[in-house]
Design a protein around this ligand. Structure first.
Ligand SMILES: Nc1nc2c(c(=O)[nH]1)N[C@H]1C(S)=C(S)[C@@H](COP(=O)(O)OP(=O)(O)OC[C@H]3O[C@@H](n4cnc5c(=O)[nH]c(N)nc54)[C@H](O)[C@@H]3O)O[C@H]1N2
Ligand SMILES: Nc1nc2c(c(=O)[nH]1)N[C@H]1C(S)=C(S)[C@@H](COP(=O)(O)OP(=O)(O)OC[C@H]3O[C@@H](n4cnc5c(=O)[nH]c(N)nc54)[C@H](O)[C@@H]3O)O[C@H]1N2
Ligand SMILES: [Mo]
Length: 820
């Protein structure tokens, strides 16, 4: 039953480009999903798997965090990219000890992430000893002992880092943070630091809780939905059904994006006959905004709303809500009225008419939802942008009423649950007190390292052990060359993984690969089938039950790995009952119920048909647990991202054929890019102005205040409808360009959506055959002193320009967004 992965790597010379698609999903989506599934796992396993996806007694889709419908679930509650995520995990291809004997680590390091992932599921625990050329098998107990010895030998627990990727279920997350805190550190960086950290930071300050305030049912009740900085057709395809449903009930949808993303413009619902044949338009209006222009847009809309209120007093501002539930409205009004519309137009690249049209919709609607994702969070002023969007909703009283609210659309399927369970380097003392009380441990109170700080700590020799609970740290993080050197400087790197990735081949002096069960795999402990639970983007918690036979008997569940490691580290007499937790997940849920707010009676409620919803005080009772006890209007200086002369602003984004660093295939079907990934999408006028032609090969060089010219080579210029001065290329190929210090103010999220770049003609050398340019980003990255002076921006943060307006700057006055 075992299959082998492909032997050939990407050949970028096979790349072809066609016109972007007008409508997302449809029959092609179903066909592509089925083809991939059958290739990976055969017909029988495909049928068994798809029947269980997102069903009440099945497993939660490991794709995105979009919720399941609350009422009737259709027989196939999945989307093309959910199906791909499942096929990727449920594959019958395997990476065995024989595979590792055949391929040295040095050889694997020349392969692309795509090739590595396509080799299949990891089957055995493996170790790379100091100086060895190959990974060799290791017994589980020896692996745990090796890690425990290394951890015990550190002079302080703060020299160890424990990363988490958002696929990890609640039970694992809870135990993992408990292990890390029992050991004595808060070094719990996670993928959320690179993802929705800006949303959490902004919302906690504004409304007192870092989570979205809407449920799936609010979509059907909304009459205006703004979708900003998000590409749902690819990254949250089931959201298109919710948007189509909202439209059928009369809602308007406005898309705010630099790119005319296919799924936003049109959708063929693969689950209805009508949808398949005709399809629907999603966006009633498309605002093609400049990268980083959203804060200015929201500020401009605010001004127009105040003017509309002047014209028809009592119709726009929700006085009752603002007076009774909000703080800071007077300062917000002064600041907002003062904004210059010409500045807004320049910053957004939108016309006055477009902005006015949106303001009219915003003033007239009774129930407004604003949705967003990485286009807003991964900006230097991401926190301020989200606060500005929230300000608009507060002004109109749109928090805590049906059909309205804030909707940060989460990424990884359990990234929100991991936070609820304590995966955060800055968990509040109330949570730490609760675990201390429950288990009799003393968790440290000093905050730990987030993702960027973790890289700095390794780079500076302040951390020497890295443990990854899932994810692909080295490829997901910015500044690839710096990060790779940081990881290589570690004494020990441990990756708990389902599939091979680059973080296994960029390793510490000793390295371990610990293969684990995935969401789809059957998990039997002490003869009983175990279940795990997850929380979606709208705070719904429910069970997930794996059903497939694991590809190897050597796989362990994440829960078992955490518990066994804890037993090796703390011995059998530790206060925390690790062995009991390992053998019966219900006992973990009882502990969660005792410790985690809102989780009382967890075991029973999680078994209810659709699970249960966690409390959300603003949504449930218009209660705002902020420093002021009210919802806060936030005040920030207006920021946007101007384009320096001769330069471009680059955003790095996902193709339709990848899941973060996991590359499923080479077709970004909706955008018309096929057979390769090294492209840079540019406005046709910019291509001409910079002296290139469509199809040219270029090197991309990013510019930063440190004078280092970060470079990636051999990208094909593709003419694309992106705003002037704004370009786009895929993540993770362009991560070497993102400077480690280029982070969002207050959330420390890498600014993956606005890097200042210049282009140089690609001169390809014999040492670097074209066919291999896709292989590895870092292999073609050279950090060299820049030859051209970085652009002259008056601020010290390239890529973000700030106007001087007579307002308080939240960066220095965080008290306006104080959390409780
Ligand atoms: N199939 C699939 N599903 C996924 C993922 C995946 O890789 N593949 N990843 C998961 C994860 S972890 C996450 S976080 C989400 C990510 O979901 P998205 O945020 O949709 O992912 P990105 O591809 O980063 O797309 C960012 C979008 O924002 C736009 N954008 C960029 N900059 C700006 C800006 O300044 N302003 C505005 N208004 N728009 C901007 C881009 O043009 C693009 O449409 O998806 C999740 N789901
Ligand atoms: N330039 C740029 N960089 C970005 C982004 C961007 O838009 N642009 N986006 C950022 C965002 S939003 C995110 S969330 C991060 C993602 O960062 P990560 O979460 O670290 O990366 P993934 O690619 O999702 O991790 C994939 C790996 O997870 C492992 N895995 C999969 N399923 C399981 C499982 O069930 N258990 C375990 N233990 N392991 C599993 C597999 O080995 C697989 O290779 O990247 C960030 N980096
Ligand atoms: Mo994410």
């Amino acid at each position: 039953m075992h299959r082998n992965g492909p032997t050939r790597d990407i050949d970028e010379s096979a790349l072809s480009v066609t016109a972007p698609k007008q409508r997302a999903a449809g029959v092609t989506a179903v066909a592509v999903a089925l083809k991939r599934s059958v290739e990976e796992m055969g017909v029988v396993r495909t049928a068994r798997t798809m029947a269980r996806l997102n069903q009440v007694h099945g497993f939660d889709c490991p794709g995105c965090a979009w919720p399941e419908p609350s009422g009737h679930r259709r027989p196939a509650e999945f989307c093309e990219n959910g199906a791909k995520a499942v096929a990727e995990e449920a594959t019958l291809r395997t990476v065995t000890p024989e595979f590792f004997a055949e391929h040295s680590v040095a050889e694997l390091a020349t392969r692309s992430g795509y090739w590595l992932g396509q080799q299949g599921r990891l089957t055995h625990p493996m170790v790379l000893r100091p100086g060895a050329t190959h990974y060799t098998p290791i017994a589980w107990d020896d692996a745990y002992r090796l890690i425990a010895d290394e951890l015990r030998g550190l002079d302080t627990p703060d020299r160890a880092l424990f990363y988490t990727s958002g696929r990890t279920a609640n039970e694992t997350a809870f135990l993992y943070q408990l292990l890390v805190r029992s050991y004595g550190t808060n070094n719990l960086p996670d993928c959320s630091n690179m993802c929705h950290e800006s949303s959490g930071t902004a919302l906690t300050g504004s409304i007192g809780i870092g989570k979205g305030s809407v449920t799936i049912d609010d979509f059907a009740a909304a009459d205006l939905i703004i979708v900003a900085g998000q590409n749902p057709g690819t990254n949250h395809p089931r959201m298109l059904s919710a948007l189509a449903g909202a439209k059928a009930a009369g809602a308007r949808v406005v898309a705010v994006n630099p790119l005319p993303e296919t799924g936003l413009l049109g959708f063929r619902d693969p689950q209805t006959v009508k949808g398949l044949t005709t399809g629907v338009d999603i966006a009633d209006d498309f605002l093609q905004i400049r990268l980083g222009g959203d804060m200015a847009l929201f500020r401009g809309l605010g001004k127009l709303l105040f003017e509309a209120e002047d014209r028809a007093p009592g119709t726009v501002v929700d006085r009752d809500f603002v007076d009774n539930h909000c703080a800071g409205s007077a300062d917000y009004e002064t600041q907002t009225r003062a904004v210059d519309m010409d500045t807004v137009i320049e910053a957004t690249g939108l016309s006055r008419t477009e902005i006015e049209r949106t303001a009219d919709l915003f003033a007239a609607a009774d129930r407004i939802i604003i949705c967003w994702a990485m286009g807003l969070t991964q900006q230097r002023h991401g926190v301020a942008t989200i606060e500005e969007a929230t300000n608009l909703l507060l002004l109109r009283g749109m928090i805590g009423k049906p059909g309205a609210g804030v909707c940060p659309v989460r990424g990884h399927s359990n990234v929100q649950g991991d936070r609820t369970m304590g995966i955060w380097e800055r968990m509040p003392d109330s949570f730490l007190d609760a675990i201390d009380r429950e288990f009799g441990i003393s968790s440290p109170r000093t905050h730990g390292h987030d993702t960027v700080a973790a890289i700095r700590a390794m780079r500076d020799g302040d951390a020497s052990v890295f443990v990854g609970m899932g994810g692909n740290f080295v490829s997901a993080t910015p500044d690839t060359e710096v990060t790779e050197a940081a990881l290589r400087s570690c004494a020990l790197t441990v990756q708990i993984s389902t599939k091979l990735n680059r973080s296994h081949v960029v390793h510490g002096r000793t390295a371990l690969i610990l293969p684990t069960l995935g969401r789809t795999d059957k998990d039997i402990r002490a003869g009983v089938r175990q279940q795990v639970s997850v929380e979606d983007s709208m705070s719904m918690v429910h069970l997930s039950t794996g059903r497939l036979d694991p590809v190897s008997e050597e796989l362990r569940s994440e829960v078992a790995i955490v518990c066994e490691l804890a037993l090796a580290l703390f011995g059998p007499d530790h206060q925390v009952p690790w062995a009991r937790f390992r053998d019966d997940y219900d006992t973990i849920r009882d502990a969660i119920a005792a410790v985690v707010p809102g989780c009382a009676d967890y075991n029973r409620r999680v078994r209810e048909r659709n699970g249960f919803v966690l409390p959300h005080p603003p949504r449930d009772a218009r209660e705002f647990r902020t420093g002021t006890g009210k919802a806060n209007f936030a005040l920030n200086e207006l920021s946007w991202v101007p384009v320096p002369p001769g330069r471009l602003i680059l955003q790095s984004l996902r193709s339709h054929d990848q899941y973060n660093t996991t590359i499923y295939g080479l077709d970004d079907r909706y955008r018309g890019v096929h057979g390769g990934r090294r492209v840079i999408l540019m406005n046709v006028a910019d291509i001409a102005e910079l002296g290139y032609a469509d199809g040219d090969l270029v090197d991309i060089v990013s510019e930063w205040t440190d004078g280092v010219a970060r470079r990636v080579q051999g990208f094909r210029v593709v003419a694309y409808p992106t705003p002037r001065g704004n370009a786009a290329a895929y993540y993770p190929e362009t991560n070497p360009l993102v400077p480690l210090d280029h982070v969002a103010a207050r959330s420390n999220t890498p600014v993956s959506k606005a890097v200042t770049i210049r282009l140089e003609p690609h001169t390809h050398t014999a040492a670097e055959p074209l066919a291999n340019t896709a292989a590895e980003p870092q292999a073609h990255t050279t950090a060299e002193p820049t030859t051209t002076a970085p652009h002259t921006d008056t601020t010290d943060q390239p890529g973000t320009h700030t106007t001087v307006e007579p307002q308080r700057n939240t960066a220095t006055a965080p008290d306006t967004a104080a959390t409780s």
